[in-house]
Design a protein around this ligand. Structure first.
Ligand code: ATP
Length: 838
């Protein structure tokens, strides 16, 4: 297409070669709105109502109905069933409101993170090229397209150079279509034209420039997606497991409740009392809140991770990060700063440095100061410093890919056609059919110093001829050395897998402290069998001149050997490796949209050290989820055992359903949430990765029962002695309930660590201490208020509080000793299993 017809197209689409100006953007935005397809958020009402969907709430609502109907069903009533029903209802609503607020906050946190990692577009406005969020595009914007880009709006092509687009998301056709710019713009039907690109499709190869014609819902994909898209977070494996465990426990408890109810009736016990026993048991033991708890912990975690430059795209990655055993990272930008400076220019005799730099700078798509590939930016700078300007590209004959490792562009200089090429030195020697030993030697000298070297060639009509080499310095990131050491002490091995030269890679690996028994290249990998490579993987940590498919092979072998791998990637062809890795990590700065979309985590700073902090954060979150769940389960088991044992001992019921509700839904809630804020243990990165086969409850069942047994014994002993001392059931129940609550607060404190909790950083989590004090205050306030009578409770004098507290503390100390002993005995077993220890 000639420049004239290009500018004709631009004018007919309401723009100019400089792109839109700010005022035009604003006007277009007012007319067309943001370039987005609205996500349907669940309505607030639906979210609130969903809180009532759980089995526990169903049981409770059933209890409300039965309580309300009781006076009409039997004359044998206590007379306060209606009141009971309303209190249960009030507590259920309070709990739903609490759950609603938490879920809403968690959902918002996750949604705002999604926005942060959303796609971007490279656009020319006011004469300069810049990156903007894709939602800011308006019709008339002049966008540039490169391999790996996800196209964000429908647009008419004005330039297409070897441009291939994967339109499978629109048409289902998986073979990429090749596109070309046409001189006439279709104004009516704009669907599936070869001269247009469409939102939602992917650039697989080449370069293009296009004028946005439609945005948002007016795009082809906007029409297809029936106006709205559901924003859903799929359940993580942990949430799924917990839902299943929850269901199973629920069923067992329901069976148990019915069984106890029937046995009680057979033993001639009061049916109403038996009914309450059954309800108490069900309420005590159904751990319905567990999956929601995980969401909350994950939401807190992903927010913290985003502050440490890791944006989580798939929630399950947070869980998986905790068990990562290898990190396979790129070199350029990940271990190095990606701030390249051309340090050496070497030319073939007879070629001037100016000629070489002009060729290198022209064969480039980057724009100064910082748009595009950092390697190309370094070349542009080196040329700019000597006052050399680039020659515009007419056509991109061979676009750069990590597989080919070189690129060729066509230009017109002073009316003469010229082809420029640049790329990896050995590739350029092949392209230019050169075997000059001087080039090989110079290249070896530069690479051994850790420099990145490009060969540059030109063809002015008599075939491609090498002009020389340009060596670039990309300093290693200062923090990487420490991060590699940290990963090593956490039992995680680091691999460097790069497209760069083996000598450059080895030199950088050496500087960041990555030990490796030599370097394996892509060519070596092709020669080795799977068995041989598996063996090499034991000692070799640096891989160079690899292609994306080599990454997949290394990954598969590591995974076959039981490794949990985090792998980084940035290019279009890294997508398979990113998808296959347990945790695919994409580069946020230099990564393509394709890489980002295939990843679980996006690094906003592209830094290797960020992956290590994300692993640390992942371990912390998993620990906290575990703490949270173990606390709730230990508490629930205590309640079930208290009620069940009282039945066996033919005692009156020590805890009414209302009391258990009060504990589970009110007093335990805040300390449980505070556990999600527990800071990382200092041992976090000193222990081995968690075995992926170990679950939350692995190795915990015995302690769960032990904690429950201590809880039940404490409550029942205090209940029986209070019954004897006061002969008053209400006082005895108040004593039992208060002991239960205090003991559970001790359990919340205890679950923080496997060591002796009172000595292990006792004040490290102020949230927990404040929430426990607040909840104790709340319970004391209830007992002192008129509501105490409504809840079948009574005021307790200070002396009684003191006695209960003392007994609780003594029981807790004995329990703590048993716990520490238990974990000591288990520790060797745990190390073998790779279990988490707080
Ligand atoms: P990593 O895989 O660690 O990110 P990398 O950037 O070296 O490393 P690639 O982008 O696949 O990996 O580059 C491979 C080789 O291709 C480089 O070593 C270099 O020789 C050459 N190369 C890189 N960028 C360009 C470019 N823009 N134009 C031409 N050749 C390039």
């Amino acid at each position: 297409m000639t420049d004239l017809s290009r500018s004709h197209i631009l004018t007919s689409l309401g723009t100019s070669p400089d792109g839109l100006h700010d005022a035009e953007v604003l006007a277009a935005r007012t007319q067309h709105g943001w370039n987005e397809i609205p996500m349907k958020k669940p309505s607030l009402l639906a979210l609130f109502l969903s809180q009532f969907k759980s089995t526990m709430v169903m049981i409770l609502l059933g209890a409300v109905v039965v309580s309300l109907a009781m006076p009409y069903l039997t004359s044998h009533t206590e007379g306060n069933e209606t009141l009971n029903a309303f209190i249960i209802l009030a507590i259920v609503i309070l709990n739903a409101a609490f759950g609603f607020a938490q879920e809403w906050r968690a959902g918002n946190a996750i949604a705002s993170l999604r926005k942060l990692s959303g796609p971007e577009a490279r656009v020319r406005r006011n004469g300069t090229v810049s990156m903007i969020a894709a939602r800011e595009l308006v019709p008339g914007d002049l966008v540039q397209l490169e391999a790996g880009d996800r196209i964000s709006a429908d647009a008419v092509l004005t330039v297409a150079s070897s441009l291939d687009i994967d339109e499978s998301s629109l048409t289902g056709e998986s073979v990429p279509v090749s596109k070309k710019a046409e001189e006439r713009v279709s104004t009516s039907d704009r669907s599936f034209l070869p001269s247009m690109v469409y939102a939602g499709t992917l650039v697989t190869r080449g370069f293009g420039e296009a004028v946005v014609s439609e945005t948002g819902l007016k795009t082809q994909i906007g029409h297809i997606t029936s106006m709205v898209m559901q924003s859903e977070s799929p359940e993580t494996p942990l949430q799924r497991d917990l839902r299943i465990v929850g269901h199973r426990i629920g069923l067992v408890v329901l069976g148990l409740s019915v069984f106890i109810f029937i046995v009680g009736l057979l033993l001639n016990r009061d049916p109403i009392e038996m009914f309450f026993v059954a309800i108490s048991l069900a309420v005590a033991a159904v751990p319905e809140g567990l999956p929601a708890v995980v969401t909350i912990c994950l939401a807190i975690g992903v927010t913290r991770m985003s502050k440490r430059n890791a944006l989580v795209r798939k929630l399950d990655a947070v869980e998986t990060l905790g068990s990562v055993t290898v990190i396979a990272a790129d070199k350029t930008g990940t271990m190095t700063e990606n701030r390249m400076t051309a340090t050496n220019v070497w030319t073939i005799p007879g070629v001037t440095e100016e000629e070489l730099l002009q060729a290198a700078a022209s064969c480039s798509r980057a724009e100064l100061p910082d748009i595009g590939d950092p390697t190309e930016i370094a070349l542009l700078r080196a040329a700019g410093d000597r006052g050399i300007s680039r020659i515009a590209i007419d056509e991109e004959e061979v676009p750069f890919t990590s597989e080919e490792k070189y690129m060729v562009t066509v230009h017109t200089a002073n009316g003469v056609k010229v082809r420029y090429a640049k790329g990896a030195v050995e590739v350029m020697m092949r392209v230019a059919k050169s075997s000059d030993p001087l080039i090989t030697e110079t290249n070896a000298n530069y690479t051994s110093e850790g420099l990145r070297v490009l060969g540059v060639a030109a063809d002015t009509g008599s075939g491609m001829r090498l002009l020389g080499l340009i060596a670039m310095m990309d300093p290693p990131r200062a923090e990487v050395r420490v991060a590699i050491e940290k990963a090593e002490s956490a039992g995680i091995r680091t691999f460097m897998i790069t497209g760069d030269h083996p000598a450059t890679a080895y030199s950088i690996a050496d500087r960041v402290g990555l030990t490796s028994d030599g370097v394996l290249t892509g060519a070596d990998l092709d020669r080795l069998s799977d068995a041989e490579l598996t063996q090499k993987l034991e000692t070799v940590s640096v891989f160079a001149r690899v292609r994306p498919e080599h990454k997949v092979r290394i990954l598969s072998l590591l995974q076959k050997n039981g490794h949990i791998a985090a792998m980084t990637g940035d290019g279009v062809n890294d997508a398979p490796a990113l998808r296959q890795a347990h945790v695919g990590v994409a580069m946020g700065k230099v990564g393509t949209d394709t890489a980002r979309e295939s990843s679980s985590i996006v690094l906003t700073d592209d830094n290797y050290a960020t992956i290590v902090s994300a692993v640390e954060e992942g371990r912390r979150i998993y620990d906290n989820i575990r703490r949270f769940i173990l606390f709730l389960m230990r508490s629930n088991v205590g309640e079930v055992l208290t009620v069940a044992c009282s039945m066996l001992l033919l005692l009156p019921l020590p805890l009414l359903p209302l009391h258990i509700l009060w504990v589970n839904l009110v007093t335990d809630s805040l300390p449980a949430l505070a556990l999600a804020m527990e800071p990382g243990s200092p041992h976090l990165m000193k222990r081995k990765p968690r075995s992926s086969s170990s679950g939350i409850f692995t190795g915990e069942w015995s302690l769960l029962l032990l904690a429950g047994a201590f809880n039940a014994v404490l409550c029942l002993v205090l209940f029986i002695s209070a019954l004897h001392a006061h002969a008053d059931l209400t006082t005895a129940r108040t004593v039992a309930l208060t002991a239960l609550i205090l003991f559970q607060f001790c359990l919340a404190y205890s679950v923080r660590t496997r060591r002796f909790s009172l000595l292990e950083h006792p004040f490290a989590n102020p949230w927990l201490i404040v929430s426990i004090l607040f909840s104790v205050g709340l319970h004391a306030a209830l007992l002192a208020s008129p509501f105490a009578a409504v809840m079948h409770l009574t005021f307790l004098p200070f002396s009684q509080w003191l006695t209960i507290t003392l007994w609780t503390l003594v029981t807790f100390l004995v329990f703590e000793c048993c716990k520490v002993l238990f974990y000591r005995l288990r520790s060797s077993h745990d190390i073998r299993l790779g279990l988490t220890s707080f």
